[in-house]
Design a protein. Structure first.
Lengths: 498, 486
């Protein structure tokens, strides 16, 4: 076993070991828990940075062992996987800092941070999985480790949300399992290879392959919150803000979208998927989800609910980009995996700051919040602009590439969807910004916590500002090396050149 | 020589310890485990070493040849069962050593019965002749009935009585079948039967009786009614032993019969019928488990459901291709072992949760995740395996069975595996849901002794780990069967 495979295990182990240690710590060991958490997060980030550099230079990282005859456990770092790992380990660090501040003095923190680390370990596993079996393994582990976080508050409402979450994800997981087993029966161990491994199969199997694709995409679509499989996501908003960040930006919905990318690019292969006629329906479903999510967001009065429906809509941009046949659309979709994560986590951090500092949950109560919490509000504004797609924000770059990609794929109607969706995004974000900046508060703020020097606790404020800054930089510096755009082009170069 | 001295010890040792424990003063009875456990662990490992060095073989007790002497089969299947039994029983014995301190009246007879149970099980795993299998079944069955009665409450005695009647009826049917076979062919040896048995009416009637008797003892739906009160009502370590191991012994005998007679003599119809009963067990058991209000009853009904998966073996190996058959064999044995580990862990951790809240009601578990995370964690790990979610032995088993079902074109068993998994998720998460609900703010629950939590955690971790390292045990288990090199 060489260093290159050990380092992959190291990336997985940092959060896995942290999770185990945290579970064993007593509730009162605040300092030690924080140290373990942050050390693991920073260590992981360093290791990931190392691998990113290696992958850039086309070094192979692989770890495998045999589970049963014909089925291997494979971890492998390729450009697509390491992009997702990079996103989740960066955001893990900031979400952890945020959560430490957010949950100060709350009960059950050992349990919370233990499962939180386990979630991130599963996400890393999903991203580094080198075959469908390993992917499935971590995909289900993610379901199991998020459930305790969704029900964390232990209220009737959150238990109900947890139950709905399980209905959807366990059902979807079972369908995915069928699809994966069926592929195994057809071709044996399904490793992810650029260009896919199914194109050579006998044409008489094509109807079967279409059914398998359908099962897998439904299974993955549950987590990606594709319409009509999205209902669990807005319900899960009852969980604490760091959990929302985890669901919407770091791990869960991304795992679904990432899985669809894997299936299309590395199992079926984009050209074979196109020749089976699978991409068009996927684009249609994604488009419907984009519009539907935005329309529902418009109708919400609760800030976090509105953001949740906005996620339903925005994640489907990724799926849309994957389903556009052509490299530019793919760049748009893959890049949006990062962009959406950065922007959405900023927005959720802001929503959490408003709720924790000012006790505000409803959009109608946000009047004058900009005056009271200027830094948070600037971050929120940046995130919202990004979501609408105003240049030079990151969201604009995604939409631009998606639009060009649609023209390239001769699916001009997608442009209409993009424009309509941007208008809808503006329609549900701009009124919030108007309230924050241009309306005056008519009574005193009822403030919950002792705040310290800043407008809110430092541990809440700084992660928010940082993610906002990164989201901004991702747009402005899109032309620089190692920007999301740059990396997405690298992936597409490697996937399409096959 | 490696692997040979230890084979007879596997049942001679527990048998003599059982007798010895009746002779010493009660206070000394628990302490015998500190002699017995290391010796049995060493013997089991030595048998494994023997299998690895000289391969599957037949051990002649006292070196007497077959009809006079007793033949013992040491093949992959038997050794796998022996190791599983040693692991589960040792941990349950350690658990009982601490647990029974609060049950002074039960401890008098628990220890002798445990040794006899162990001797009976090891006898079954090793026996080559069908009559010796019967002897093993009776020794094990009577010890198990005695263990159910240990609690000595009216309910426990009623449950033990029901169990006794079911067990006796089952072994009687089995014995009748054995007698018919002996009358027809004049041999009791499995290998002998394989050579001479013909597909005629006598054989069919005999096999029908044997299968019926074993189904009753395995508690396959709809013959399961004796199981939930017996397993759910017994002392916790007893429940774990019975659910994890004892019901597997009768299934194991069925498997042995199939190995020598099955492919020719079990017709397609019987195989499908057994599969359908298994499906019925999965659905009915899962549904009933979900409806229970008592934690241990829920776990007991979960056993009824999980037994059903084992019986999918028969339709999957009858008239199917060799690859599908091998996958079914691997999947069934993985399921059997994973269930043994996970169910023992589930019962032990359920016992810990009950100790902590002082009530068997699931509704009294409100808020327990906050105060006894470790007991709940073991319960959760074991639950993952029972739900068939990765990474766990239960998942690997399900994967293999799914693979086999697709390969043999019997898609209807996919539905059983699909819905069965969701049903088990429903009842496992029923417990979790309660434990995550915010309840009392002050910790009023009892802390179970560390040994109790640790033994449950080891078993649960084993159920998870075996799924990740399934390659090796499955390779061993195939040794000496039609699926592996001999």
């Amino acid at each position: 076993m060489d260093w290159n495979s050990l380092i992959l295990l190291g990336v997985l182990a940092t959060s896995l070991v942290a999770s185990g240690v945290i579970f064993l710590l007593a509730e009162s060991r605040l300092v030690l828990r924080t140290v373990v958490n942050l050390t693991a997060a920073v260590l992981k980030l360093v290791l990931v940075g190392w691998i990113v550099w290696g992958v850039y230079q086309a070094i192979e990282y692989e770890f495998r062992f045999t589970i049963i005859e014909g089925v291997d456990f494979i971890l492998r770092a390729d450009a697509l996987g390491i992009m997702f790992v990079g996103l989740s380990s960066l955001l893990w660090l900031f979400t952890t800092i945020y959560a430490i501040g957010y949950l100060e003095k709350a009960p059950n923190r050992s349990r919370f941070f233990g499962f939180f680390s386990l979630c991130v370990a599963s996400t890393v596993g999903i991203a580094l999985a080198g075959n469908l079996f390993t992917f499935l393994l971590f995909y289900e582990l993610l379901t199991l480790s998020t459930y305790p976080l969704v029900v964390h508050r232990g209220t009737r409402e959150s238990l109900r949300a947890g139950q709905v979450y399980l209905y959807y994800t366990l059902g979807g997981g079972a369908l995915l399992l069928f699809g994966v087993v069926a592929l195994h029966v057809l071709i044996g161990d399904t490793e992810f290879v650029p260009g896919g491994s199914l194109a050579g199969l006998d044409p008489s199997l094509h109807p079967m392959l279409i059914i398998i694709f359908l099962m897998m995409v439904i299974g993955l679509g549950v987590k990606a919150a594709l319409f009509p499989l999205h209902a669990w996501l807005p319900m899960a908003m009852v969980a604490p803000a760091p959990v929302s960040a985890l669901l919407h930006a770091v791990a869960v919905v991304k795992a679904g979208a990432f899985g669809i990318a894997r299936v299309v690019y590395d199992v079926y292969g984009i050209e074979f998927a196109q020749s089976l006629g699978l991409l068009m329906p996927l684009a249609v479903v994604a488009s419907i989800t984009i519009i539907y999510g935005s329309l529902r967001a418009l109708a919400q009065t609760d800030l976090k609910k509105r953001l949740a429906f906005s996620t339903v809509s925005q994640v489907s941009y990724i799926v849309l980009g994957i389903s556009l046949f052509g490299p530019i659309g793919a760049v748009g979709g893959l890049m949006h995996l990062l962009h959406q994560g950065l922007m959405k986590i900023t927005l959720f951090f802001c929503a959490g700051n408003y709720a924790e500092t000012l006790g505000v949950h409803k959009i109608s109560e946000l009047d004058g919040a900009g005056e009271r919490m200027p830094a948070t509000s600037v971050a929120f504004t940046l995130g919202a602009f990004g979501m609408i797609g105003i240049p030079p924000m990151a969201g604009f770059i995604s939409k631009w590439y998606l639009g060009i990609g649609a023209l390239e794929a001769q699916m001009n109607w997608v442009l209409g969807i993009l424009i309509l969706s941007s208008l809808l995004n503006a329609a549900y974000f701009l009124p919030i910004l108007y309230r924050i900046w241009f309306r005056k508060r008519d009574r005193m703020w009822c403030e919950g916590k002792v705040l310290g020097r800043f407008e809110t606790q430092a541990s809440l404020l700084f992660p928010t500002l940082f993610t906002a800054a990164v989201a901004l930089a991702a747009g402005i510096l899109a032309g620089m090396p190692f920007s999301p755009l740059y990396w997405a082009e690298l992936i597409v170069g490697r996937e399409y050149l096959q | 020589m490696i692997g040979l001295w230890s084979v007879p010890l596997l049942f001679a040792l527990p048998l003599s310890l059982g007798i010895l424990s009746l002779l010493v003063v009660p206070a000394w009875r628990p302490r015998l485990i500190f002699i017995g456990l290391p010796l049995l662990v060493a013997a089991s490992l030595d048998v494994l070493a023997g299998l690895a060095t000289i391969g599957p073989h037949v051990y002649r007790l006292g070196d007497w040849a077959a009809p006079l002497g007793i033949n013992l089969v040491v093949d992959g299947l038997a050794v796998g069962m022996i190791l599983m039994t040693t692991l589960v029983t040792s941990l349950c014995a350690l658990y009982a050593w601490v647990y029974l301190r609060d049950h002074p009246t039960s401890t008098t007879f628990f220890w002798p019965l445990l040794w006899f149970l162990w001797a009976g099980m090891n006898g079954i795993w090793l026996a080559e002749e069908i009559f010796n299998l019967y002897v093993g079944l009776e020794v094990m069955g009577l010890a198990a009935v005695g263990m159910v009665a240990l609690r000595a409450t009216p309910q426990a005695l009623a449950a033990a009585m029901r169990y006794l009647l079911a067990a006796l009826l089952g072994s009687l049917a089995y014995l009748l079948g054995v007698a018919l076979l002996y009358g027809a062919y004049g041999t009791l040896s499995m290998a002998g039967l394989q050579e001479v048995a013909a597909n005629n009416a006598t054989t069919q009637v005999a096999l029908a009786l044997i299968i019926l008797g074993l189904l009753l003892k395995t508690a396959l739906f709809p013959l399961h009614a004796w199981l939930p009160p017996a397993h759910g009502g017994a002392l916790t370590p007893v429940s774990a032993l019975l659910s994890a191991l004892v019901i597997k012994a009768s299934f194991y005998i069925l498997l042995r019969f199939w190995l020598v007679l099955g492919p020719e003599i079990t017709p397609e119809f019987t195989a499908q019928f057994l599969g359908v009963l298994g499906a019925g067990a999965v659905f009915y058991g899962g549904w009933m488990a979900w409806r229970q209000h008592h934690l241990k009853q829920l776990v007991a009904y979960s056993t009824v459901a999980q037994i059903g998966y084992l019986f999918l073996f028969f339709p999957l190996v009858t008239n199917t291709g060799p690859e599908a058959q091998r996958l079914a064999w691997d999947g069934t044995l993985m399921m059997l072992i994973a269930h043994a580990l996970a169910k023992a862990a589930l019962f032990l951790s359920a016992g810990n949760l009950i100790l902590a809240v002082g009530s068997p009601q699931i509704s009294h578990l409100v808020g327990i995740s906050r105060f006894r995370p470790m007991s709940l964690f073991s319960f959760g790990l074991a639950g993952v395996s029972l739900m068939g979610l990765p990474p766990s032995g239960g998942f690997t088993a399900k994967w293999l069975l799914l693979h086999s079902a697709i390969l043999s074109g019997q898609w209807w068993w996919l539905i059983v595996l699909f819905l069965g998994g969701l049903l088990s998720a429903a009842y496992i998460f029923k417990v979790f849901r309660m434990s995550f609900r915010e309840g009392p703010q002050i910790d009023r629950s009892v802390t179970p002794p560390l040994t109790l939590d640790v033994t449950a955690l080891i078993l649960a971790s084993a159920a998870i780990l075996i799924g990740l390292t399934a390659h090796l045990p499955l390779h061993w288990l195939r040794l000496g069967s039609v699926f592996g090199v001999s």
